[in-house]
Structure formats: structure tokens, C-alpha cells
Design a protein around this ligand. Structure first.
Ligand SMILES: Cc1cc2nc3c(=O)[nH]c(=O)nc-3n(C[C@H](O)[C@H](O)[C@H](O)COP(=O)(O)OP(=O)(O)OC[C@H]3O[C@@H](n4cnc5c(N)ncnc54)[C@H](O)[C@@H]3O)c2cc1C
Length: 427
């Protein structure tokens, strides 16, 4: 261990406490040597809503408090862990020291970066500040308030919400907004819902059949689809669209959107579900990044993966990372999904324990670091996609309709997820 480690605040400093970060703590505690480590977890949110069902939380289909993990409470209940509420400002890899907004500094013998991703409009989009973000608490609360305000407003005009992005998150949110037509809190009205998608079909990352099923499910629930359509500007209560090719829910054309013309659509709010970008903090960490701003890690999930790494104790995992190395030139085609976060958190914990064990048997720095285990690439895993009252399961080329069964199954998975962290207090 280097001399400066004497001044550290903890054995393991975890930055980010969402699906990847909190699971590193869980996985450390599942291993005997990991239970002896002092851990500090930093996040700007003291709780995190269950992101895979964020659309159900937003539309008040499931209880919001009951679908929130009390991250700070869970961490602080662990006798050897401490939660620090704060904004990560910068990181010094040589000192393994993070600086928080407000000036507080924390050092760890091992550091794990799990600061994830954001879902925001591209930097150059005029009026991007009008988009409603809803992934994290800060945006979620504002988006939920905007939705409730519009749906409880008196008057004749039907509230209208637009979802931008026809990937999984976008179709799920559009489906749940449309489902408010069938079931909703008693004081709410049902909104009109439009889904805008730049590609010519829904769910472009999945099979064409899955895209067709999604279009059918949404169309039957009254969602207006604008495919092949780009948002060119957001304004307060309206957005400007440019349509290359457009299709309504019924399959017929939108007259005003034909050709290359622009149309302006009045609405009460625009939910942005169009693409995942690196968390802004990743650019301030002095760590290797890809051209588009993700953390560049090796197969062992170390930020410095060379054979004699300068700082072998710095790891990163979850949405924040792109894996390079092994026998592949390009970044590994890993998924930015909850299950991938859990697999990566498991590996990070395993490799930290391995480095700790190497020092514990007296080998010290000789032969340090020992070879660590690489991540196992799994390019696909089944997708449960719920759209209001309908759902499907997609795996490779297969897309099977599940009716409401998928909705209940995913709630079951959420309860299992929360159950996972109850044991931390007993570690
Ligand atoms: C709308 C939506 C729906 C999804 N649905 C599914 C699904 O159904 N199934 C599935 O498998 N996956 C789903 N995903 C993907 C899944 O949610 C992500 O893969 C997962 O959340 C990534 O976890 P993470 O911990 O790596 O990062 P994130 O969840 O992005 O969390 C990053 C954490 O870092 C914190 N943070 C960031 N910057 C700072 C800073 N500067 N200072 C302090 N703290 C900071 C944040 O507060 C947050 O807690 C969905 C994602 C979205 C956006």
C-alpha cells in the first residue's frame, strides 16, 4: 500500500449510488473479506426511484414512495458504511481523492466510479431547457408536478403530452400516459399523447416485429405516432417538428407533416426519452474517456487497465463505462441496462476483494497487482416492454405478447430488487 493511503477516509469510495454503485456495496458484503472494508458512498440523491418502472411512478400507477430505494438509509444502516450526500466536482486519480461541491474531499484506497448517464436533449437543440427529464429525483419531481398540474386543470382543452424517443423508454412512457385514459387518480383527466420518433419505426434496437407490436399496442390505446420525425426546437408549450415521413396511429398520413415541411405542435409538456448521454461529471474526473465522453475501462473494469497499471485500485462500472480490450478493437457491445450494472458490480467487488487478499497474504507490492478477472460479455438479455395495459417480452428474434402479465412480472422484479438491499443492514 502506498504511504499516502494512511490519510484515506475509507477502504472503498463509491461515487454514485444508483443501480451500479449501491450494488458494489451489496456485492462486497456478500464476500467475507469484503465485509471488513470501510465503505463511503457518495451521491447527490439520498434516495433513488426504481428507474425501470419510472413511467409507472410518473403516471401514479404505482405508489411513488413504495417504489423508491432509501439509498442513504440503506447505506447508513450498514455498520461499516457511510453515505455522503454531495455533488461530485472533480477527482484526482493519483491521490484517489474526490472533491465535492462545497469543498469536502474524500479519499479511498479503492475508488469505484458509478456516476451513470443522463437522458437529456442534445446540447445544440434550441429550447432544450423546456424538456421534462424524469430519470432522477430532481427532474422527476418537476415532471410529475407538470403532469399533475395539466391533468387537474379545469377547462375544455384536453391536456396534451408529447414523448420524444421511440426506444424502449419512450414507448413505455407513452403507453403509461395513454393508460391514464383507462385508469387514473380520481382528480386527473386523461391526456392526449403523441410519440415522436426520428427513426422510421419504433424500437429500432429490437426486431421489426417488436416495433410493429409496440405500434399496434400504442395505437389501440390512442397514442398518436409521428415516425420519421425530428424535433427541431422546443418552446414553452409547443415544439417544432420536421417530418421526413409520418404515420398516424391508424397508419394514415399527417397532411401537415408531409414532405420536408415543419409543423408546430401545441402541448402541455414534452417528456424527453431520446437517447442516453454520459453524466456531465465524467468529463471532470481526469480519467480516460472515449471520444463521446464515456469512461474507457479495460475488461477488468479498471480505469487504467495497462499491464502495469499506475492506479490499479480505480474501477468504474454501470452506464458510465465502455469496455475496451481483450480481442476486440471496438468497445464491447454491452447493454446500458440494470442487469448489466449488477453483473459489473459483482465483478468490481470480486476484483477489489482479490487485490485486498493479495496484500493480506503479505505479498505487498511484489507481483502487485495480481491478474484480475475480466468481465463476461453478454450481448443480449430478455427485454420486458410494458405499454399501459399491454406488454411483451422480447428475446433475440422472438417477441411475444404477454397482456398485463408482463406488467405484474416487472413489479415483482422491483420488489425483489428492494429485498436485495434489506440484508445490508445485517452485514
Ligand atoms: C427511463 C428509463 C427506463 C429504463 N428502464 C429500464 C428497464 O426497464 N430495464 C433495465 O434493465 N434498464 C432500464 N433502464 C436502464 C437502467 O436504468 C440503467 O442502466 C441504470 O440506471 C444505470 O445505473 P448506473 O448506476 O450505472 O447509473 P445511473 O442510474 O445513471 O445513476 C448514476 C448515479 O450517479 C449520481 N450522480 C451522477 N452525477 C453525480 C454527481 N456529479 N455528483 C453526485 N452524484 C452524481 C446520480 O444521482 C445517480 O444516482 C432505464 C433507463 C431509463 C433512463
Amino acid at each position: 500500500m502506498a504511504a499516502d493511503d494512511d490519510a484515506r477516509d475509507c477502504d472503498v469510495l463509491i461515487l454514485g449510488a444508483s443501480m451500479a454503485g449501491i450494488d458494489v456495496l451489496y456485492q462486497l458484503r456478500r464476500r467475507l473479506p469484503g465485509r471488513a472494508l470501510d465503505v463511503v458512498v457518495v451521491d447527490r440523491q439520498a434516495t433513488h426511484g426504481y428507474i425501470p418502472l419510472v413511467q409507472e411512478r410518473l403516471c401514479a400507477r404505482i405508489d411513488r414512495a413504495g417504489s423508491t430505494l432509501e439509498t442513504q438509509r440503506v447505506v447508513d444502516a450498514d455498520p461499516r458504511a457511510r453515505f455522503v450526500l454531495g455533488e461530485v466536482r472533480s477527482f484526482d486519480p493519483a491521490r484517489r481523492e474526490v472533491e465535492l461541491a462545497g469543498g469536502q474531499r474524500l479519499r479511498g484506497r479503492f475508488v469505484v466510479i458509478a456516476l451513470g448517464s443522463v437522458v437529456t436533449p442534445p446540447a445544440g437543440l434550441p429550447g432544450r431547457e423546456h424538456a421534462l427529464g424524469y430519470k432522477f429525483s430532481a427532474g422527476f419531481d418537476g415532471a410529475a408536478a407538470a403532469l399533475e398540474r395539466a391533468l387537474t386543470r379545469e377547462g375544455d382543452a384536453v391536456p396534451h403530452f408529447v414523448v420524444v424517443g421511440g426506444g424502449i423508454s419512450g414507448v413505455e412512457l407513452a403507453g403509461d400516459l395513454a393508460h391514464l385514459g383507462a385508469a387514473r387518480p380520481s382528480s386527473w383527466r386523461a391526456p392526449r399523447v403523441t410519440l415522436v420518433q426520428s427513426a422510421a419505426r419504433l424500437l429500432p434496437a429490437l426486431t421489426p416485429r417488436a416495433g410493429r407490436l409496440a405500434a399496434r399496442f400504442l395505437g389501440r390505446q390512442g397514442v398518436e405516432l409521428r415516425l420519421g420525425t425530428r424535433v427541431v426546437e422546443l418552446r414553452e408549450h409547443e415544439l417544432v417538428l420536421r417530418t421526413r415521413q409520418s404515420t398516424s396511429a391508424s397508419g394514415g398520413p399527417y397532411r401537415e407533416g408531409d414532405g420536408d415541411g415543419q409543423v408546430t405542435l401545441a402541448c402541455d409538456g414534452v417528456f424527453w426519452a431520446g437517447g442516453v448521454r454520459p453524466a456531465p461529471a465524467l468529463a471532470r474526473l481526469n480519467l480516460p474517456t472515449t471520444e463521446d465522453g464515456w469512461l474507457r475501462v479495460g475488461p477488468t473494469l479498471q480505469c487504467f487497465p495497462e499491464p502495469r497499471p499506475r492506479w490499479p485500485e480505480i474501477f468504474a462500472c454501470g452506464d458510465a463505462v465502455r469496455i475496451f480490450g481483450g480481442d476486440r478493437e471496438a468497445p464491447w457491445p454491452t447493454m446500458q441496462r440494470a442487469i448489466e450494472c449488477l453483473w459489473q458490480a459483482d465483478l468490481v467487488a470480486r476484483n477489489i476483494v482479490q487485490l485486498v487478499a493479495h496484500n493480506a497474504v503479505g505479498a505487498g507490492r511484489s507481483g502487485y497487482p495480481p491478474p484480475l478477472a475480466p468481465h463476461t460479455l453478454r450481448e443480449d438479455f430478455f427485454h420486458g416492454v410494458s405499454m399501459g395495459s399491454r406488454s411483451m417480452i422480447v428475446y433475440g428474434p422472438m417477441a411475444v405478447e404477454l397482456g398485463a402479465g408482463g406488467v405484474w412480472f416487472r413489479r415483482f422484479l422491483m420488489r425483489q430488487y428492494f429485498r436485495r438491499y434489506r440484508g445490508l443492514a445485517r452485514a
